[in-house]
Design a protein around this ligand. Structure first.
Ligand SMILES: [Zn+2]
Length: 472
């Protein structure tokens, strides 16, 4: 049981196309990818689609699309297990011919009965080994089983968790194929990892129990052993396994909600890994440079959506407007009023969003003035005609502006003296309401700049009419 070292670093992710690409799988993909990049290795993508009933093409497309969006490019060809059945057959025959595997004729019902008897007797349920020496012919078989070596302690050194041992007598003879053409999970993985020369298997902690089975199969086939690293689970804030109740679980959902891929990458990198410093913002090059499996924790990693939102807001602030506009178009499609999306509006919005999906909600009043109650224009107990006079004074200042220099700095410089003379609250409050129709919004000078002179005048005229009606 020597651990042979393979020369080249080669890692893989092996998602099943049975659901949308999960954030946990994205984390596993990222850690594999970073490990490969850090060590000048290769990152292999293998689609584990042998479960024909549950696998769907749309999920495979989602896997590929999500990996591309995250920037996790795989090396070389894309493998699909469904296209590799002959390879599995070859190795199944080797095990059968050498007497290390056998046909088992036990039916589901018999196995169920055996299982409940074992559980009733306080034993760990496993296959009894009934057909091991019965020489069942293939035509009577239900499955092909692997002769698990008896009473063997399988030991492996996990890069993250240290030494782990399993007693094979608690595992029993596992099913490795339904028939020669239908290999089952653990067997296909062992064959593929060998054929693809995988040096390090980096995967979720939920796979630990598979590892001794896979090691036993590797030894039976005289394959070299990969090194293992089992990543901690991703937990909800209540420390249960991450579920949809707490956060979106598919990468596609994060994309649709306006998270930037680099923010999501930064966030999931910190789900179980930490750098030597307290730094929290990492671009991909920093991550490649600093990532080491030795700095992955054993304990579960808590998923903190506020942290993701904060990271995303930082990345939004630093993104260029052209890209933001493209992503907005992608999220809102035809609902986005493209003709009204300019640099001024994007600049103003950048500081006010955790995610780009908030864009329409925070900016709705720019696209269309909402109907608002006339009373909203009134500041404290100031009479409507006084408010009206103040707005007219502001409007009077517009005469000093050419449309092209209608900008917030100059507007503020010209309008603030008016507000100081007339009273700041009773001037700026109705101005802001007139422009936005809302009690909360950015400051009036910023809104003026984005709306432009013509639209701003139109909205102030509407407010003046409302005030007139209030006066009766
Ligand atoms: Zn049997």
């Amino acid at each position: 049981m020597t651990e042979k070292k393979l020369p080249e670093i080669r890692v893989r992710i092996a998602p099943s196309p049975t659901g949308f690409f999960h954030i946990g799988t994205a984390r596993t993909a990222l850690f594999n990818w970073l490990f490969a990049k850090h060590n000048n290795g290769k990152f292999i993508l293998r689609i584990e689609d042998t479960d024909i009933e549950r696998s769907e093409k749309k999920y495979e497309e989602d896997i590929l699309e999500s990996l591309k969006w995250l920037g996790l490019k795989w090396d070389g060809e894309l493998y699909r297990q469904s296209e590799r059945l002959d390879i599995y057959e070859k190795y199944l025959k080797i095990l059968l011919d050498s007497g290390k595997a056998y046909y088992c004729a036990c039916t589901k019902e018999e196995l169920e009965k055996e299982k409940s008897e074992m559980q009733a007797g306080g034993q760990v349920p496993r296959y009894s080994g009934k057909c091991r020496d019965l020489n069942i012919p293939p035509e009577k078989a239900q499955v092909i089983r692997f002769k698990m070596p008896k009473n063997l302690i399988i030991k492996f050194s996990d890069i993250i968790r240290g030494e782990i041992t399993f007693d094979t007598s608690l595992i029993g003879d596992i099913a490795i194929a339904k028939n020669l053409k239908t290999a089952l999970y653990n067997f296909a993985v062992v064959v593929d990892d060998y054929e693809m020369k995988i040096s390090h298997v980096i995967r979720g902690e939920d796979h630990i129990a598979n590892t001794p089975k896979q090691i036993a199969l590797q030894e039976a086939l005289a394959f070299p052993r990969s090194q293992y690293a089992h990543l901690p689970l991703i937990l909800s804030p209540d420390r249960a396994k991450l579920s949809k109740r707490f956060a979106a679980v598919s990468v596609a959902d994060y994309r649709k909600n306006g998270y930037l891929p680099e923010a999501l990458i930064n966030f999931i990198a910190l789900l179980g890994w930490h750098s030597k410093t307290d730094k929290e913002i990492f671009n991909i090059d920093d991550l490649i440079k600093e990532f080491e499996l030795e700095r992955v924790q054993k304990a579960g990693a808590v998923f903190n959506i506020e942290k993701l939102n904060w990271l995303n807001s930082q990345y939004i602030k630093n993104s260029d407007n052209k890209r933001i506009k493209e992503i907005l178009a992608d999220i809102f499609e035809e609902k986005l009023p493209l003709d009204k999306i300019n640099d001024k509006l994007i600049n103003l919005s950048k500081d006010r969003m955790n995610k780009l999906s908030e864009f329409m909600g925070i900016n709705d009043f720019f696209f269309e003035l909402p109907d608002y109650p006339s009373e909203l224009l009134i500041w404290k107990d100031i009479p409507a005609n006084k408010i009206s006079d103040n707005l007219k004074s502001v409007l009077g200042e517009f005469k000093n502006f050419e449309p092209e220099n209608f900008n917030k700095t100059d507007l503020e410089r010209m309008i603030m003296p008016v507000a100081d003379k007339k009273g700041r609250g009773e001037t700026l409050w109705p101005l802001r309401v007139a422009l936005s129709g809302k009690d909360k919004s950015p400051n009036p000078f910023e809104i003026l700049e984005v709306l432009g002179e013509k639209e701003s005048m139109k909205r102030i005229e509407i407010a003046l009419k409302k005030l007139k009606d209030l006066n009766g």
